[in-house]
Design a protein around this ligand. Structure first.
Ligand code: CP
Ligand code: NVA
Length: 313
């Protein structure tokens, strides 16, 4: 039986190299589509038939790599993985223009945002940021999907991020505030979110920036954390371990949150550092829902980047 897909909205921007490549209206549409894809995966099984993705990974990955491979495959397309630094063996602009001739899109996990931006500059096919030093926009899409599933309309909720003002925190800031979520962040001195990134949030956003984890999580509906040392910062690990003392998410911190508060983490988690094993394993923890939603949210993203309103079967 053949059914016709509702015409899929295309992102106005040709790439998804950063969160703001999707407008707020497109973000809402993408999350609606992600929910439909999750409920009715079979409706979309041929939506990207014949399309292909090159997955370029400079850094390790479990979730992002597996979910992008599965997403394109379950939409009727296929993926090719290439690991290693981009632009070492040959100039990045040549890599981009080779891939252009073969694939429908490029997904790249890179050490620097400049590498993703340069790929987008030189490739004519869509380029997706699968994590850079500055952003993790695909993670934030899955996280927003998870919050919507758990709470319904997220407007007025409070999300508290405790830890490093890193790529994951930056993407969460821009996505949560654009959905009307109040955002607070507690970081040690020297590890705050860059002020230019805070300045990218909507003017109406409610944002609290503090060094006090208990103040940040006061009344929060979501407590979120991430590793203290991100990929590429391993040489700072010992210094960071000392600096982040007191920023662990544990049962004592949850006392300050709303009674119905949930725990979120992009994973991988370092139990005993940024979060306790007890919180990770508690009924508050939705970390595996987030991981599952990477698949559905990225399917929606690929549909909005690559599809041409094709019919489904
Ligand atoms: N959350 C996340 O991006 O996980 P991976 O590093 O395993 O892809
Ligand atoms: N901030 C972490 C996220 C890993 C998914 C990193 O960049 O390593």
């Amino acid at each position: 039986m053949t059914a016709t897909l509702p015409r899929l909205q295309r992102l106005a921007h040709p790439d998804f190299t950063r969160d703001l490549d999707a407008t707020t209206e497109e973000l809402h549409a993408l999350l609606d589509l992600a929910a439909d894809v999750k409920s009715h995966p079979d409706h979309y099984k041929a939506a990207l038939a014949g399309k292909s993705l090159a997955l370029l990974f400079e850094k390790p990955s479990l979730r992002t790599r597996v979910t992008f491979e599965l997403a394109i495959q379950q939409l009727g397309g296929f993926a090719i993985l290439n690991e290693g630094r981009i632009g070492i063996r040959e100039p990045l602009k040549d890599v981009a223009r080779n891939l252009d001739r073969w694939v429908s899109g490029i997904v790249a996990r890179t050490y620097t945002q400049k590498t993703v931006d340069d790929l987008a500059l030189w490739a004519s096919v869509p380029v997706v940021n699968a994590l850079s030093d500055l952003w993790h926009p695909c993670q934030a899409l899955a996280d927003m999907q998870t919050i919507r599933e758990h709470f319904g309309d997220p407007r007025g909720l409070k999300l508290a991020f405790v830890g490093d003002g890193n790529n994951v925190a930056s993407s969460l800031l821009l996505n949560s505030t654009r959905l009307g979520i109040r955002f607070s962040i507690a970081t040690p001195n020297g590890y705050a979110l860059p002020s230019d990134i805070v300045g990218m949030a909507p003017a109406t956003a409610e944002i609290v920036v503090t060094n006090d984890p208990a103040a940040a999580v006061q009344g929060a509906h979501v407590i979120y954390t991430d590793v203290w040392t991100s990929m590429g910062e391993e040489h700072e690990a010992a210094e960071r371990l000392a600096a982040f003392k007191g920023f662990q998410v544990n049962d004592e911190l949850f006392v300050h949150a709303a009674p119905e508060a949930i725990f979120m983490h992009c994973l991988p988690a370092h139990r005993g550092e940024e979060v306790t094993d007890a919180v990770m394993e508690s009924s508050r923890s939705v970390v595996f829902d987030e991981a599952e939603n990477r698949l559905h949210a990225q399917k929606a993203l690929l549909l909005m980047l690559l599809s041409g309103g094709e019919s489904r079967s």
